[in-house]
Design a protein around this ligand. Structure first.
Ligand SMILES: [Zn+2]
Length: 199
């Protein structure tokens, strides 16, 4: 529809989550109007993040080194692990200042419709950490929606025979929502009020 490079940019933008063809066009034309230095700052930020950021080899959080800042911090309680779907959930939980353990990022949630099963998630890696790190409690902090609940139930059943205490954050979070949109107070209370799961 448009000259090659413009169409390429629109196509790339349209592949981003939450951006439809119309928004992609709007953003592309916004970038076209910007002074070159402003537009290139965005390109450079993408380049930097791809060059310098990897995933933590222990918890799969985003990281600048082999271990993320949280895993590398020896003041954190190593016996507690909070299982989340995405790195952005860690940011939400850290904001509550209610949790001093470590995390484990599943990199998604069970979603049969989209073909995501436990094998696509970092479940094996979680099991490997339980023993290696002498973890005493696993807190299931997946989102309070269908996929998050299904993932929490799956993990609770998997962990039950292993003798590790498994808890789920308390209800009170908006059902169907995402952790990252919960306010700090609500999320903090949900963490404090976590209960042991009967699998
Ligand atoms: Zn880490």
């Amino acid at each position: 529809m448009y000259a090659g490079p413009v169409q390429d940019l629109i196509d790339e933008l349209a592949r981003l989550p939450g951006i439809g063809p119309k928004s992609a066009q709007r953003i592309a034309f916004h970038l076209l109007k910007l002074p070159a230095e402003d537009a290139l700052r965005l390109a450079r930020a993408i380049g930097e993040v791809k060059a310098r950021i990897t995933v933590c080899r222990s918890c799969f959080n985003v990281s600048e080194g082999e271990l993320c800042q949280i895993c590398a911090d020896d003041r954190r309680d190593t016996t507690l692990v909070c299982v989340v779907e995405e790195p952005r959930d860690i940011v939400a939980i850290e904001r509550t200042q209610e949790f001093r353990g470590r995390y484990h990022v599943l990199q998604g949630a069970i979603n049969p419709i989209e073909g995501v099963g436990p094998e696509q998630l970092r479940v094996k890696e979680l099991l490997a950490r339980l023993e290696a790190e002498a973890i005493a409690e696993v807190i299931l902090c997946t989102n309070p929606n269908i996929e998050g609940e299904a993932t929490a139930m799956y993990l609770a059943r998997l962990l039950a025979p292993l003798g590790v205490k498994t808890t789920r954050i308390a209800s009170g979070l908006p059902v169907g929502g995402d952790l990252e949109y919960a306010d700090e107070l609500t999320l903090g209370r949900a963490l404090q009020g976590r209960r042991e799961v009967d699998a």
